[in-house]
Design a protein around this ligand. Sequence first.
Ligand code: ADP
Ligand code: MG
Length: 561
Amino acid sequence: MSTETLGFQAEVKQLLHLMIHSLYSNKEIFLRELVSNASDALDKLRFESIANAELAEGAGEPQITVSFDKAAKTVTIADNGIGMSREEAIAHLGTIAKSGTKEFFSKLSGDQQKDAALIGQFGVGFYSSFIVAHKVTVLTRRAGTAFNVATRWESTGEGDFTVEPAEKQSPGTEITLHLRDDDLEFADRWRLSSIIKKYSDHVGFPIRMKKQEWDKDAGEYKLLDEWETVNQAASLWTRSKSDITDEQYTEFYKSLAHDMQAPLAWTHNRVEGRSEYTQLLYLPAKAPFDLWDRDRPAGVKLYVKRVFIMDDAKELMPVYLRFVRGVIDSQDLPLNVSREILQESRDVRAIREGSTKRVLSMLEDLAENRKDDYAGFWKEFGQVLKEGLGEDFANQERIAKLLRFASTSADEQTVSLADYVSRMKEGQEAVYYITADSLAAAKASPHLEIFRKKGIEVLLLTDRIDEWMLSHLNEFDGKPLASVAKGGVDLGKLEDEEEKKAREETAEQFKELIEGVKKVLGERVKDVRTTSRLTDSPACLVVDEHEMSANLQRLLKQAGQ
Ligand code: ADP
Ligand code: MG
């Protein structure tokens, strides 16, 4: 096979352009991305060798090396991982295969700062090389193939790239960055090793650089022919909590989640007993752009005895906690675990239940002790958490306590059901709510008049999911949830004798009028009655107690049902 010149996929061109122009203030992340790819490649080799031991033969101890050449203006990152075939190099280094690509591009705003954050969430990946390099050369050989079927991939990051046959003595990948003149600072031992410590300290493989020594005669540092490991080289979650700083936890999260922002909270535990595993789970501060994409990869990576198994193990976390990112490392699962086994495994079920409890505890702790942060969490993920009421019956009560609503006494969604109950009036038996399309519509509803007059708080439910949620949440703390827009809202003991008498008198007084209105409206209504619920408005529509609410009817209509 000969040299081939191929064009980048249109999205890659767009991404490259964006990256070079938006990420200039954070150039050093290219190294984090390339080290992370090298680490993935080592993970993959280890994983594939479980089924095919020959693959790893002669590969040597897994490692990543970072070297540089000041004179040649290059930085090189090499690994002895899985490597790529020619076809793989073309596919992986010429297109973007990630799910959510379309959505990502549709969200770009043109505002460089916002777009930079979006690129971060999307995962900058291999193409970030071009932030500092005017040319990138990749020499790669797939594990299990001969030395003379290696591939050289090269590009200047504009419209196209070339691939040609090459030779490579050992399997793996070597990426050489030809630095732009503005970025020669990266051809420096100290600079590179401090970036590695900052972003990649937790990587589970040794990252090695050549030692250097001060040469008195030359008056400069000279590189020795001796390698040393510059990171901790132990996967972060395998280390003991007390040895890990907040900064290390934060950096691990950022590289794991491709998020530029620090996480809100994390929980790190070694669980022993029936099922043994380690979990390190994070709450992001901001929702990813594709949170609502049901096909997006789940956020938890599965390892078995420190060997990476899969990225999006959906079985490890319920769907309503899909915003959680992290790692679960099991001691019990077989290394060759498949998705089918995952679905049936009792160990996996135990892990999911245990992890769910940990996440709920983390949320409870946040709600209790860091109210502002919890408010931030609720804004980003509250609607997703509500799904849990219908999905996770065992934890329904804990989830209900975590809910926050707007009400007639708070425009922001900050009122918990417990707050509401603690403010209930003497004689009030139900938790009252109203559903509407918007806060303004809810607040303007005539149904609220009598409640306002009596100083009774009403929850204002305006999220799309609320109607669905209400079908799973009937009561809280023994108090039924009652819509103020349904039938004869029974104010029960809240109505005093005088009001009762007045209501009955009114009914008597307007009997004839009511009969007349009924005749005029005919089949169009079920009933017409007088009410004591309105104080300012002359009339309003209500739904029978056992029927769908008007808002739900509207939603179903919109959905074409
Ligand atoms: P991601 O890592 O999120 O998949 P990247 O842009 O970082 O996206 O990398 C794209 C793909 O290129 C990887 O998924 C992998 O298949 C391939 N790749 C990149 N670097 C290496 C490497 N060092 N060894 C083997 N494959 C690699
Ligand atoms: Mg990557």
